[in-house]
Design a binder for this molecule. Structure first.
Ligand SMILES: [Fe+2]
Length: 486
């Protein structure tokens, strides 16, 4: 068996070969899947492939721009979002996925699944029985009813195909090199390439990590125009975001794990029961329903994934179970809820991975601005935050466990003075969306940069030993900071 590093090179070659035959993103590529594909919840033997059937093969260009002064920032209820720029109207029909090995031999062909309006014409294929650390090609086919010349009625005919590739996680007992990219806070109005959408996705695709962590604020319901006031407008936010060329091209080759935060759930700093007047009649609960429709997700929003013995990732949910932000802080106030917290402590205790990564939408250490009352580094959740930081320190976890988060729009590495817990924030997805820092704090910051970019999380292996390297990168993929845990 060859080392993981060399098989990763095979994977890069495979991805290139698998995608070489695919036409470049654009009108000439007939996919009928303008919103692309998302490969998620990847394990050593399974994956969940998200697909959506659309009327056209690319997003609407030259549509209505819903900016204040042109169209109202809040659209009248019932407005046809299909008129909007970047719209990707869905279409009833069927989807199926075909998984092939690296030589192109078909290994798995799903049944045709219905793309229905009730689920926004999306379908998630659960693919199982895969081999660990193995590269696969896949094709998502779309078909719809067609009229046949000179015949009565209609027939079903395949009318689009989208191609991609992914590689499964290593086997349970393997200690192998892993590369992970992490980003958050991609605001549509702050995208940095007119032609491609977000430069950061091209940088990540070029680096070709094993997987991507997209840890919240995937869209901004309450603060991007048009403001979300209905399920249709909320879905439009996802359509225009995930139909951009840089994102479509990246996600065909890079599988991911998606977490949600406040803006892609409902509204700024929201909690269950919160009502934002400007978004009425859209509700928090509707937002909760849309996330697992638009991103590949299993049964629970918090979950863990172990990549061999190298690393275990604990992905946290920060909105569904939280006590209202304005409730007084104390022993019973929780951002996670009792069940998730017990699951996290138990999982960290039992994990035999060399490195543990706690992947959270929001911060634990900070520092954050004094006027924020939303996360574990703020006064609003101080008790639970401090209790957990102390638990990490007392259980000797700070030496092999690192907290990574998004949400804050600046990049930093900080160390809690009391417990020495390490925290890394990837920052916002574009430079123009970076801001809001309380300023550099020499008592906690080891690195601080008010610019966009992503986090490169890398396990490097040497014999039976490994090291964890965390690098901040800019939106073009250039390294701007790095820290190594040995
Ligand atoms: Fe954000």
């Amino acid at each position: 068996m060859h080392s993981f590093d060399s098989s990763r090179r095979d994977f890069l070659v495979l991805s290139a070969a698998a995608l070489a035959t695919v036409p470049a993103h654009g009108a000439e590529s007939l996919t009928r899947q303008a919103t692309g594909v998302k490969v998620g919840e990847l394990t050593a033997t399974s994956a969940r492939i998200w697909a959506r059937r659309t009327k056209a093969s690319s997003r609407r260009a030259g549509g209505v721009l819903p900016t204040p002064g042109n169209k109202p920032a809040v659209l009248p209820l019932g407005y046809d979002v299909g008129q909007l720029d970047g719209a990707c109207a869905g279409d009833e029909g069927q989807l199926r996925v075909i998984v092939r090995d690296s030589k192109g031999k078909t290994l798995h062909k799903s049944d045709w699944a219905e793309a229905k309006a009730a689920s926004d014409f999306t379908y998630q294929f659960a693919v199982s029985g895969l081999e660990p650390a193995t590269a696969y090609k896949f094709t998502v086919e779309a078909r719809g009813e067609k009229k046949v010349e000179g015949k009565e009625g209609t027939t079903m005919r395949t009318d689009g195909a989208l191609h991609g590739a992914f590689r499964t996680a290593p086997p349970e007992d393997a200690l192998t090199a892993i590369d992970i990219a992490m980003l958050s806070c991609q605001k549509y109005s702050e995208r940095d390439s007119r032609e491609r959408g977000f430069q950061i996705y091209d940088a990540i695709a070029k680096w070709a990590p094993h997987c991507l962590l997209s840890v919240g604020d995937n869209v901004y319901y309450d603060s991007d125009d048009p403001k979300v006031n209905s399920v249709a407008v909320a879905r439009h936010h996802w359509h225009r975001m995930y139909s951009q060329p840089s994102i479509v091209d990246c996600l065909r080759k890079v599988p991911g794990y998606w977490l949600k935060d406040d803006h892609d759930c409902y509204s700024d700093d929201c909690w269950p029961g919160y009502v934002d007047e400007k978004m009425k009649p859209f509700t928090f609960e509707q937002g909760l329903g849309i996330f697992p429709e638009q991103a590949p997700l299993g049964a629970l929003p918090y979950r863990r994934f172990k990549w061999g013995r190298s690393i275990e990732m604990f992905m946290l949910e920060g909105r569904d179970y939280r006590t209202g932000n304005k409730e007084p802080d104390g022993a019973t106030k929780s951002l996670w809820g009792a069940q998730q917290k017990a699951w996290l402590l138990d999982g960290l205790n039992k994990s035999d991975a060399q490195w543990k990564l706690i992947v959270s939408p929001g911060p634990l250490v900070g520092p954050d601005r004094k006027n924020k009352h939303d996360n574990h580094s703020n006064d609003a959740f101080e008790t639970e935050g401090r209790e957990f930081r102390k638990w990490l320190a007392q259980n000797s976890r700070i030496t092999d466990t690192v907290w990574v988060n998004g949400d804050r729009h600046w990049q930093y590495h900080s160390v809690d003075p009391e417990t020495k817990v390490n925290e890394f924030c990837c920052g916002a997805a574009t430079d123009s969306h970076a801001s809001g820092t309380p300023g550099e704090d020499p008592t906690r910051h080891r690195f601080h940069r008010v610019k966009g970019g992503f986090l490169a999380i890398r396990v490097r292996v040497n014999g039976s030993k490994s090291e964890l390297v965390l690098e901040h990168r800019d939106v073009l993929g250039n390294r701007v900071y790095g820290h190594t845990f040995a």
